[in-house]
Design a protein around this ligand. Structure first.
Ligand SMILES: [Zn+2]
Length: 287
């Protein structure tokens, strides 16, 4: 049975309960991360997961609430390794390769000083050997790839497809993802306004994790409704796609309050027939 861990269920606004986006899908014995927002590595460990067990990472887009923990995850995954792990494979829209290079590259990477020191300093070498590593320690090696819509990755037991999402183009490209396996199907909308390409991607999926910034009325009145989903937008996409369950994620600080949340669930139930989950960080959802 596939399991989805919700690591980050919030937005760029830090709150004690929610901050940024990040998820891990546990399917067919493999772990796939989607987005790497604030403190994703720390939350992952709180959820009982471990960086070196994650071999795949998919970015929906490169806003900081979806990628700012990427340097931390890369360095932590490398630091905890003993040199026998699989190379991490990273996929995402334009900038994914460039950002990876700018973090780790020996000459141009903003964090290269860290791994160069750990590779060469004797006590760091000893910690590595004590963990089970064999010297000489290899530098981090990550397979990053810029991708567009379509089938983007096929493993033996699961595959990932991407569709265009509509968010802050032309500044940043955005993708929604669907993971299919014999254990079920799950869709991550990423940040998007309601759009047909994401509805088509999500058709009949078992679960859709959809961004939900705020109550729709609130967003219509304060000018925040374009290029993102509120309660009615998320509900309409779920209904149009015929998904079995809708999990609201990327929940804004206003909607996260008790009153607006109850109102929001009412707004969604008027439009969408399936089950609705208001997700909390560190919860998991089984397919
Ligand atoms: Zn976002």
């Amino acid at each position: 049975m596939a399991r989805i861990h919700v690591l980050g269920a919030g937005t760029p606004t830090p709150t004690p309960d929610r901050f940024g986006s990040s998820y891990v899908v546990d399917v067919a014995g493999e772990q796939i991360m989607v987005d790497c927002g604030p403190a994703a590595t720390y939350k992952m460990v709180k959820a009982g997961l471990w960086p070196t067990n994650i071999d795949y990472l998919f970015f929906t887009h490169h806003h900081f609430d979806h990628d700012v923990d990427y340097p931390c995850f890369l360095l932590c995954r490398w630091d905890q390794s003993i040199g026998k792990e699989n190379d991490l494979q990273v996929f995402g829209p334009d900038l994914t390769e460039r950002i990876t290079h700018r973090i780790l590259d020996e000459n141009e990477g903003a964090f290269a000083h860290d791994w160069i020191a750990r590779v060469n300093f004797p006590v760091s070498q000893q910690v590595y050997v004590n963990r089970g590593g064999v010297l000489p320690r290899k530098p981090p090696h990550v397979l990053a790839k810029d991708i567009g819509p379509g089938r983007v990755y096929s493993a033996a037991d699961w595959e990932v497809s991407a569709a265009p999402a509509e968010h802050v183009q032309p500044y940043l490209d955005s993708l929604a993802y669907r993971i299919d396996s014999s254990e079920g199907s799950v869709v991550f909308t990423g940040d998007t306004q309601p759009c047909q390409s994401v509805v088509n991607l999500a058709r009949d999926a078992d679960l859709m994790l959809c961004m939900c910034w705020d109550n729709q009325e609130e967003m219509e009145s304060n000018g925040e409704s374009p290029f993102q989903c509120g309660t009615a937008g998320a509900a309409q996409m779920a209904q149009d796609a015929g998904v079995k369950r809708l999990a609201l994620v990327h929940i804004g600080p206003h909607l996260a309050g008790q009153g607006p949340m109850e109102k929001g669930i009412g707004e969604i139930k008027k439009i969408y027939d399936g089950d609705v989950i208001f997700s909390d960080e560190l919860m998991h959802l089984d397919l």
